[in-house]
Design a protein around this ligand. Structure first.
Ligand code: CA
Length: 509
């Protein structure tokens, strides 16, 4: 009798445990590349619509102050999976870093705790993924048309079609085949909207009739900002008419382009029928000076946003998949970009800077039952926080050496205020000539220290100068706030154990 009772008791305990294990939320993280918040209707863009990203925001939360720790492709992904700054995870820049896959990640913690885990699409961390149940990745930046994929057995497989659709197909394939007795964590890594912005065939010409308004600081002269005056990332000089804007002066130069010569005959015919008339018109106009820059800007925006159209559509497909498979109620969905991007602000394209457009990233999140639909979150959150947040949601202990913090409490309690300052460190000293720098952003101010290429400080009052045009460092009346920010910066450098930045600060003193 006693044994029978014991058996029933144990059965009850185990059945409760397994039910709660099954109730652990599924996790879907969609990471795009270089997708600017300025290009999303939920963030206020009124010219174009991104209904599917907006749907996540409507059914969950939009983060108005989501930022990255190092505004670049590889470093951001390394920070997302490790929950650590670049100085700790070792992936500091895209030119010299290679991810040490033996280190801990939130994925490894989830796999250990019984999750099925997968990364499908753009990875860009040089070494192969470790700790996933399944992965299938683009080599390096990958290709928009007929992309190659690296498989788990290290073979390469070329798939006919457009990359954003294919990545979504592969993600759904994996979901179809997964072990449904276990929760899943799927990361979809999109190539879009990375340079050189080649839209899906069906989206070519989508915005040809729109003239995009120039950002207020499109003709920035970089006065008082030495590092900004030395960069090589302007639409006027750096953006290449052929390579970037697909305006080829001959069949031969078009054939030499690695993105275009991958296309099959049907793709190439559609590509040519769209771009060749634009080229003909462009040449006939014989544009120079500002008129040429403005033409480049319009064409850049059209290609960029047409490429983003497929991204949003495929986000819609995965949301529909969750609906159709009754997964919506128990699946966390996060959409974010690996960083922000310039759409003409300061006259630029690209990213890297601690200035707002590249430092900030779009992020929306749906978590039924926990996040109230229509939530607008204005706390400072970082890509550094994704790893601990996902572990928190899955009920897995957050390793003590993760440097981010779970933002679930910020979504649950209105009184939770989160961090009052953020630390940033950009390392790459190469392409686009952006000087390495680190700095602090508080709710009102931003203090940046440039080093290596340029050695100086910049200070901004974001309340008075949201476009960051006036460097106030050394100006009368700002001494006290500067000293205070330097102390706070020093504290953050110590907190995150960024010894390189610490050394630089000491040398200045
Ligand atoms: Ca990127």
């Amino acid at each position: 009798m006693k044994i029978a009772r014991l058996i029933i008791f144990l059965y009850l305990i185990f059945s409760t445990l397994s039910t709660s294990a099954q109730r652990r939320p599924n996790i879907l993280i969609i990471i795009s590349d270089d997708h600017a918040y300025q290009a999303i209707s939920a963030y206020g863009n009124k010219i174009i619509a991104t209904p599917n990203i907006d749907r996540i925001a409507k059914e969950g939360a939009i983060f108005k102050r989501a930022y990255v720790t190092n505004s670049l492709c590889g470093p951001s992904r390394a920070t997302i999976i490790t929950g650590k700054y670049s100085n700790k995870n070792g992936f500091t820049d895209n030119e010299h870093s290679s991810f040490d896959g033996s280190q801990n990640t939130f994925i490894k913690e989830l796999t250990k705790s019984g999750y099925q885990t997968a990364w499908i699409g753009k990875w860009h961390l040089e070494t192969i993924p470790q700790g996933f149940t399944y992965w299938e990745i683009l080599p390096g930046q990958g290709s928009y048309y007929n992309p190659d994929f690296i498989m788990m057995d290290s073979s390469k497989k070329r798939v006919e079609g457009y990359v954003t659709n294919i990545i979504e197909d592969k993600a759904e394939d994996w979901l179809n085949k997964r072990d449904t007795s276990k929760p899943f964590c799927l990361i979809i890594g999109h190539k879009a909207t990375h340079r050189t912005w080649i839209p899906d065939l069906t989206d070519m010409g989508r915005y040809d009739n729109i003239n995009f308004p120039l950002p207020k600081n499109f003709y920035d002269d970089y006065a008082g900002r030495k590092a900004a005056s030395m960069q090589d990332m302007t639409i006027s000089k750096t953006l290449i008419i052929g390579y970037d804007l697909k305006m080829f002066d001959s069949e031969e130069s078009e054939n030499k382009d690695g993105n275009i010569n991958r296309m099959n005959a049907a793709q190439r015919a559609k590509f040519d029928s769209h771009y060749k008339p634009i080229y003909k018109d462009f040449i006939s106009q014989k544009l120079t000076g500002h008129a040429l820059t403005v033409w480049k800007y319009q064409h850049y925006m059209r290609d960029y946003l047409s490429t983003a159209a497929s991204l949003d559509r495929n986000i819609g497909r995965i949301l529909d998949y969750l609906d159709q498979h009754h997964l919506t109620g128990n699946t966390i969905v996060i959409y974010l970009s690996d960083q922000g991007f310039y759409l003409g602000e300061h006259g630029w394209f690209d990213k890297r800077w601690m200035y707002e457009e590249s430092f900030r990233t779009p992020m929306v999140m749906r978590y039924p039952g926990l996040i109230k639909p229509g939530t607008v979150n204005k706390n400072f959150v970082l890509n550094l926080d994704i790893a601990p947040t996902m572990l928190d949601a899955a009920g897995v202990k957050i390793p003590a050496d993760m440097q981010g913090q779970s933002f679930l409490p910020l979504l649950q309690a209105r009184y939770a205020s989160g961090r009052d300052a953020m630390y940033y460190h950009y390392y790459e000293n190469g392409e686009h000539d952006v000087s390495p720098h680190f700095g602090i952003r508080t709710k009102r101010y931003k203090l940046i220290r440039f080093y290596q290429r340029v050695d100086n400080w910049e200070l901004y009052d974001l309340q008075k100068d949201p476009l960051e045009m006036k460097n106030l460092y050394g100006e009368k009346g700002y001494k006290k706030i500067t000293e205070q920010l330097k102390m706070q910066l020093n504290d953050l450098i110590k907190k995150y154990d960024d010894t390189d930045a610490g050394k630089i600060l000491k040398q200045i003193k």
